[in-house]
Design a protein around this ligand. Sequence first.
Ligand code: HEC
Ligand code: HEC
Ligand code: HEC
Ligand code: HEC
Length: 305
Amino acid sequence: MLKHFLFAILSFLVLFMIGVFAYRDVKAEWKDYQVTYNEKLAKVVNDPTIAKKPLHVEQIWNNALNRADRCTTCHAGIGNPAFANEPQPYKTHPNLTGYMSKHPFEKVGCTICHEGDGQAVTVEKTHGVVHHLDRQLRTAPTVQGSCTKCHYDLYSETVYWPEVPELMKGISLARELGCGACHTIRQLGTVATLAPELSSVGSKTELAFYLVHDFSKVVSKEHTMRAWEFEHFKDPQKIVPGTMNAANPKDRIPPTIMPNWGLTDDEATALTVFVMSLRDLKVEAIPRQYLPKVASHDSFLQYRN
Ligand code: HEC
Ligand code: HEC
Ligand code: HEC
Ligand code: HEC
């Protein structure tokens, strides 16, 4: 009798789970976005049949870059100039006909610049704070810290790119404030050893960062690299206060010696973009055919070997 009862319960559970999965698939949120996009597009091009188009997960696949990005499943209007005034996720990409045309979506995808989980098709998994992720989605302005995966010359003193204002501001602040007096930053040509090397901070995974940084003094609920860096720039001694109250004198460590410059939010943001741009070229491993052909690059390529 008990066996029958258990069997009935288990059968019910299995059926219930199948039902839940089926429902989730039919109700997938990306479908709502795609339907709305198709309806909008049908109006724009005056072709009602488009509104009835079958729905499917879109994917930009690039083996050489190791990407399979599904962002366009929802961001369907990203390459369509007619959608410049639409809300997200339908809106045209900024600078579509400007520098973005040098990196066509169908060739490089999205996560090469935006990082994040290219395979996910829910807002929560693509845009939320996902701790186990290798890399958190980068929106403006931290996404500017991805250009340096390929454009190594952005650190040159003679280069100024108006396309990436926060990055430019961060680089010039780093020079002005003399970060290189304590930190080795290969990109700026500094070799100090008073503090950890920063040359590859931007290539760390979220998890690797999270495991070795103390978030207990960070106010933001978002325990990510960008949140820690920002608050650390605003007040280094608050985030790294040391342990001077420890009972055992041997455990006492003074607060960090990194100066508190009284930075504005904009300055702390710019420096966050800067440190998140510092890439380990071996980790990024962008194939040569995807790198711009700039003569000064040759001197950087040695770091890849
Ligand atoms: C399930 C649908 C969906 C998918 C998949 C999706 N997005 Fe979005 N995206 C949205 C929506 C909705 C918004 C606007 C609301 C918001 O910011 O959450 C948005 C906003 C954005 C923004 C602007 C956010 C900001 O704060 O400025 C960026 C950048 C973005 N998406 C990039 C991506 C990238 C890159 C991917 C792929 C890794 C992706 N999205 C995948 C639905 C999606
Ligand atoms: C070459 C790097 C690069 C690639 C590739 C790229 N983006 Fe972006 N994206 C950026 C930058 C930089 C910004 C911020 C631009 C700005 O604020 O002017 C941005 C902004 C956005 C925004 C916010 C737009 C807004 O109006 O606030 C969305 C959404 C977005 N990207 C989605 C995507 C999707 C989806 C893809 C792939 C189809 C993609 N991006 C590919 C660099 C890139
Ligand atoms: C995957 C490597 C890669 C990434 C990441 C990348 N670019 Fe590029 N970019 C290129 C290549 C390759 C070219 C040259 C294309 C050509 O010659 O037509 C280029 C060209 C450009 C140009 C035209 C001027 C020039 O020097 O050729 C601008 C401006 C530009 N990129 C801006 C950006 C910005 C801004 C970002 C970050 C948001 C970015 N790129 C990220 C590879 C990349
Ligand atoms: C007087 C020396 C000194 C100067 C100048 C200095 N720092 Fe630091 N910095 C440190 C020390 C020591 C640490 C390690 C303890 C800590 O996290 O505060 C550190 C930590 C950091 C970290 C965290 C690194 C990690 O992975 O844990 C970043 C990022 C950073 N500094 C960036 C900067 C930048 C950018 C500048 C210039 C605007 C700068 N620092 C100037 C001493 C300095």
